[in-house]
Design a protein around this ligand. Sequence first.
Ligand SMILES: CC(C)(COP(=O)(O)OP(=O)(O)OC[C@H]1O[C@@H](n2cnc3c(N)ncnc32)[C@H](O)[C@@H]1OP(=O)(O)O)[C@@H](O)C(=O)NCCC(=O)NCCS
Length: 213
Amino acid sequence: MVIRTGFLSCLVITRLCISPELIEWKESRGSLAKVGTMAENLTLIRLAIEHRPLLLSMLEDYQTAGEQFLSQPLLEQLQTDFAALVQQLQSEEADRNLPDGKVPQSTLWLMRNSAELLGRVNLRHRLTPALEHHGGHIGYCIRPSRRGQGYGTKMLALALDEARRLGLSKILMTCDVDNLALARGIEKNGGVLVSQGVSDVSGQLIARYWIAL
Ligand SMILES: CC(C)(COP(=O)(O)OP(=O)(O)OC[C@H]1O[C@@H](n2cnc3c(N)ncnc32)[C@H](O)[C@@H]1OP(=O)(O)O)[C@@H](O)C(=O)NCCC(=O)NCCS
């Protein structure tokens, strides 16, 4: 009886000490088995030299899915001159040598547990008439094998924090009307639909959302 009480109190302490948000436990034949995973640490990072293997793994994911990942010049830099790719992204963010019509943008990557890159978000620091029409402040994507697991919505929330740090007070996003996952992610982050129209860029029907920060 004493032993049983001890076991139960140990069980209670274990359950109290470990937040249910962190670990799911299930009782099985009188013992405990871990069925969930430790809480994920999701952060937005800027690319650095040591991230090359993680980015190559992300590229493989896109190639398997038959999707384009990066623009051709960036793809070549990833394969042949990664330092140049990192430098290029830094220059875009710092407003160095930007081509006409381009505004500074931060390219941020969703990192999971310091071990995997899940997605990429581009945050334009200001709008141009072209971006007001199509593109807005933010565009993002999640690697194919990790879609539909809530990461896009979380990454957008983190990108909005970054936009606040930049001093922006509202964010414009545009979205193909048939991209339901993107539209839902925008709405869950406070996006308010303001207009719809055919894009001069893609010829598709797109929706425009503002998100107040
Ligand atoms: C659009 C995209 C970024 C969304 O990221 P994601 O991680 O897959 O989205 P989430 O898992 O956060 O899902 C967001 C919401 O959409 C819903 N959703 C996800 N996939 C869906 C689908 N195929 N159809 C309908 N709804 C979907 C989810 O259920 C969720 O809503 P809920 O929280 O109410 O359940 C991702 O699918 C992607 O990279 N697509 C290709 C690139 C792209 O379209 N980028 C946008 C251009 S800016």
